[in-house]
Design a binder for this molecule. Structure first.
Ligand SMILES: Cc1cc2nc3c(=O)[nH]c(=O)nc-3n(C[C@H](O)[C@H](O)[C@H](O)COP(=O)(O)O)c2cc1C
Length: 488
């Protein structure tokens, strides 16, 4: 069976007016996505580190048995049995015990690591789709290229409805989705620092090798590219090979990573300066003729109505969902965060240096987190999760992996510069900790959390007034859709 390329574009135009944005790591949890999808929105899980999250949930006893229920539907039950044997601990871990490491995925694409990444994405999507037929999406970061094929394939095996990709120029995604939809092997050129040509390193994923009883065909999800410029939108849409089915247009106040500003300058507080040239020209984007959603400070019933009146399909929202009951941020952290926001003591900064990706990243300035200078100074630089490592060409011609937040001498030995390491934070460890599955090391060392939110907090204050003790995803959805429903 051949899956039509046109069909997803038509489906994009039918998607709901509210997208709950993907929030890694684990903040847009399967519970959050499921609840949003059941409440009239597009629920999106973050695909980042699905392999590690699933392995850790199993080691924590898989409360409620949701992971195992999803695994029971996976086509390769031999791999499921091996994974359960390796990671599942019915009574959880001993207090303070470290999690078992998982095989790290790198450019060699070792089969056991690829298989776990496929299974992880499958499980998360399956759990988010459980018990309803609302639409569920998965969010990926273009910068995390080495995981893209495995994560996409796992999500497609679970019949994900939408794929949303940000943090980079996602030119290869349509080809990958079409290939997997038709049961074909795909290849993906990987950027290698220090390489002369763009396609020197290519990774492949063959469904038949990775998941032995791989289906011949799979539903082709809708693909939404997350962009911050109409020029990028027009560029992607120019060629059928790179054309998405729609866009999420993200402004600079949005949580997580942001596109760098055109003007390479910082204000006196050290934050990037976004100016008129960073504003997306929506009239020009509209001429591209694809549906789009606005993101960044769009969380109110009035914004939803205004976005639609202006020609958008709707809005994508992060921050208020990150703070709701179903969010993957641990309950104590979420409560502390809500209280600090209420008291006006938790500022959100756009940190131009924090993320190893080199993109500006929003960091909540909260005591006890990595943003706290004392906590940060007490943390030993270590890179033991590695999602943001990127390939580089060694002098002997072979390929290695490095991350500018790893120990400085190691990074410099790998051909990096000290300047590139300055101010970098370990997002992998910080975000895993805020999702309640922190790295633990000998001597009782527990990784501290790192929090990100958007800078436009008006909606948070509106919800704090309505729900001083906290809110659910359904509360947010009902509020957001209230004026749209009233106006039809
Ligand atoms: C906690 C948090 C984590 C985020 N992580 C991601 C991510 O992994 N990938 C992504 O494309 N966007 C990410 N975002 C951006 C959201 O998907 C969304 O576009 C944005 O938050 C919208 O702006 P708002 O926060 O003002 O509602 C994140 C946002 C937040 C608040």
């Amino acid at each position: 069976m051949s899956v039509s390329d046109r069909e997803p574009a038509a489906r994009a135009a039918q998607l709901p007016p509210v997208i709950q944005g993907g929030m890694g790591v684990g903040v847009s949890s399967w519970r959050l996505a499921r609840q949003v999808a059941q409440s009239g929105g597009l629920g999106v899980i973050s695909g980042v580190a699905s392999d590690l999250l699933v392995a850790r949930w199993l080691q924590d006893g898989d409360q409620g048995g949701h992971v195992q229920a999803a695994m029971a539907e996976y086509p390769d039950q031999d791999f499921v049995a091996a994974t359960l044997k390796r990671f599942y601990r019915p009574d959880g871990r001993k207090p303070g015990a470290a999690y078992r490491p998982i095989p790290r995925l790198d450019h060699h694409q070792r089969l056991d690591a690829v298989r776990l990444a496929v299974l992880g994405a499958f499980v998360q999507v399956r759990m988010a789709k459980q018990g309803h037929d609302g639409p569920v999406g998965i969010n990926l970061l273009e910068k995390i290229q080495l995981w893209s094929p495995a994560t996409l394939y796992g999500a497609m095996l679970a019949h994900v409805d939408v794929v949303l990709v940000g943090a980079g120029l996602p030119t290869h995604i349509p080809r990958l989705l079409d290939g997997f939809a038709n049961g074909r092997e795909i290849s993906l050129p990987i950027d290698v620092a220090g390489s002369e040509s763009a396609d020197e390193l290519v990774i492949t994923l063959n469904p038949r090798t990775v998941v032995p009883p791989a289906p011949d065909a799979l539903p082709r999800p809708v693909f939404l590219a997350i962009i911050s410029s109409h020029i990028l939108g027009a560029y992607l849409a120019r060629d059928d090979a790179t054309k998405p089915d729609g866009f999420v247009v993200e402004g600079p106040t949005a949580g997580g990573h942001n596109a760098p500003p055109r003007r390479n300058e910082l204000d006196e507080g050290g934050e990037p300066i976004y100016g008129p040239r960073d504003v997306v020209d929506l009239d020009k984007l509209m001429k591209v003729g694809l549906p789009y959603w606005l993101a960044g400070g769009q969380a109110s019933p009035k914004h939803v109505v205004a976005a639609r009146a202006g020609g958008a399909q709707g809005v994508q929202i992060g921050t208020v969902f990150a703070l709701c009951t179903e969010s993957g941020i641990t309950a104590p952290l979420r409560t502390a965060l809500r209280k600090s926001l209420d008291a006006g003591t938790a500022e959100v900064r756009t940190d131009p240096r924090a993320s190893p990706t080199g993109f500006p990243f929003k960091v909540v300035q909260m005591p006890g987190t990595i943003a706290d200078p004392e906590v940060s100074a007490a943390r030993d630089r270590i890179c033991d999760l590695g999602y943001l490592r990127t390939p580089y060409r060694r002098e002997d011609g072979t390929v290695g992996q490095r991350c500018p937040s790893e120990p400085i001498d190691a990074y410099v030995r790998k051909g990096g510069t000290v300047e590139e390491t300055e101010g970098r934070k370990c997002l992998c460890n910080g975000l895993m900790a805020s999702a309640g599955v922190p790295q633990m090391r000998p001597g009782g060392v527990v990784e501290p959390p790192l929090l990100t939110l958007g800078q436009d907090l008006e909606a948070v204050h509106a919800l704090l007034e309505m729900f001083p003790d906290g809110w659910s995803a359904t509360d947010v959805m009902t509020w957001l859709l209230s004026e749209l429903d009233a106006t039809g």
